[in-house]
Unconditional design. Sequence first.
Length: 69
Amino acid sequence: MLGHRPLELDNIEPWEFRGAMFHANSFVHKGLTPLRPQQPIDMRLPILSTWGFRVPAGIAEAQFIKKQK
């Protein structure tokens, strides 16, 4: 692929989403850009689901490592 074409020329723009289920300490983002602190009225927006650091490892350890009795 060569060159650069702004996505806006094809009417493509980033989604707006909430950073968490609850509005406290969370922001509404458009793509990677934070727009504003999340408010209760933003419940209509989807949530960007992410895992915290070490969550995948914790799940794998719980599934595959035998616990000592």
